[in-house]
Write a protein that binds this ligand. Structure first.
Ligand SMILES: NC(=O)c1ccc[n+]([C@@H]2O[C@H](COP(=O)([O-])OP(=O)(O)OC[C@H]3O[C@@H](n4cnc5c(N)ncnc54)[C@H](OP(=O)(O)O)[C@@H]3O)[C@@H](O)[C@H]2O)c1
Length: 332
């Protein structure tokens, strides 16, 4: 597996998103042993950039990752996120789900508590890349980054990241302490970052980490009808998967599949390789909890496109439907 530099942090250019092992998608939490095998196989294949967050579960995804990397910490570039759970006094968390707990809080007081919890659950004394998960409109980003920078000085955090931050927030944050990576949705059906975010991260020397690089599984071609999704699955209410929109979007997969067939590859591999072809400052983090799919996804590292194939992929129609039903927590 090739490596890239994200703002000075060397990572495998394909990472592993661990969220779906414990949260949001059908089957989450149903087979932790297979999830742990998937993480171990990733490390064997050189996929060493692991992504989790405090809110996934909540908490249990960090615990799972911590269990999987016990005794292997030095092989891993470990990324986690804070800022969607408030731990400040008066917030009784007992028995609450992630949805019930969700409250944006990137205050310095909350970060001081969050970081200690993540370190404990991950079984480590340092986090390689610590992202703000969503921008908190009530806390100036300067205060947030200042608090994380103190954790850098203490050796608890190595590099600082942002997720779903707007260009102006990125500039303000970067002025306080170098930002290493921006994690934002980017894929063949989510091209939004190309207008402003990627030019800005390149100007500032910040790496880019595309999340949901497989379009939440849609671009693999594995979801062919809405009934493939259980009602408890987050995607069943996502605007791109709702009735009518889902069917309208299926044509996107057909183009991806036609290129894949020419390369003896799978649609998912093509979706990942297209992201890799966008630059050497990009490290997508496809999510899977299955060893076989991890192996398939890692195969994207070896794919190169002809200019005609790239052109056809670049011209893919934009999807019908927003990225989220509620876009209010996205910083603009
Ligand atoms: N910063 C943020 O706000 C944010 C938001 C969303 C996600 N993320 C991060 O990004 C990571 C990846 O995003 P994501 O999980 O939302 O979406 P994704 O990587 O685009 O797709 C994951 C889905 O595709 C399926 N899949 C994976 N490989 C496959 C293959 N080869 N063939 C068929 N299906 C396959 C997975 O199912 P199986 O697991 O059953 O294989 C899962 O349902 C997450 O794990 C998380 O760490 C961050």
């Amino acid at each position: 597996m090739k490596t890239v530099s994200l703002g000075g942090l060397t990572v495998s250019r394909l990472g592993l998103g661990c969220m779906g092992m414990s949260a949001y998608y059908a089957g989450a939490g149903s087979d932790n042993a297979e999830s742990i095998r998937t993480i171990h196989r990733a490390l064997e294949l050189g996929v060493t950039f692991l992504d989790t967050a405090e809110i996934y579960g909540p908490y249990v995804n960090e615990e799972l990752v911590g269990e999987a990397i016990a005794g292997r910490r030095d092989q891993v570039v470990l990324a986690t996120k804070y800022g969607q759970i408030s731990h400040v006094s008066g917030n009784n968390q007992a028995g609450k789900s992630a949805d019930e707990l969700r409250r944006l809080d990137s205050s310095p007081a909350n970060i001081r508590i969050s970081v200690e919890g993540s370190l404990r659950r991950l079984g480590t004394d340092y986090i390689d890349l610590y992202y703000q998960h969503r921008v908190d409109p009530t806390t100036p980003i300067e205060d947030t980054i200042g608090a994380v920078a103190e954790r850098v000085q203490q050796g608890k955090v190595r590099y600082i990241g942002l997720s779903e931050a707007s260009p102006s927030t990125i500039r303000r944050a970067h002025a306080i302490h170098p930002i290493t990576a921006l994690q934002t949705e980017y894929s063949l059906w989510t091209r939004d970052p190309e207008a402003e975010l990627l030019p800005l991260t390149r100007e500032l020397g910040i790496g880019f980490v595309p999340y949901s690089p497989l379009g939440r599984g849609f671009l693999t071609g594995n979801i062919t009808k809405r009934s493939d999704l259980e009602t408890s699955d987050f995607r069943s209410a996502n605007p791109r998967f709702t009735e009518g929109n889902f069917e309208a979007n299926l044509g996107i997969v057909e183009t991806v599949r036609s290129v894949a067939d020419e390369l003896n590859a799978t649609p998912g591999q093509v979706a990942l390789a297209w992201l890799l072809a966008q630059g050497d400052d990009i490290a997508p983090i496809p999510g899977t909890k299955q060893v076989g799919r991890l192996e398939e996804n890692a195969g994207a590292d070896a794919i190169t496109f002809s200019s005609d194939q790239l052109e056809r992929l670049n011209r893919i129609q934009l999807p019908v439907g927003e990225r989220y039903a509620d876009m209010s927590s996205i910083d603009r």
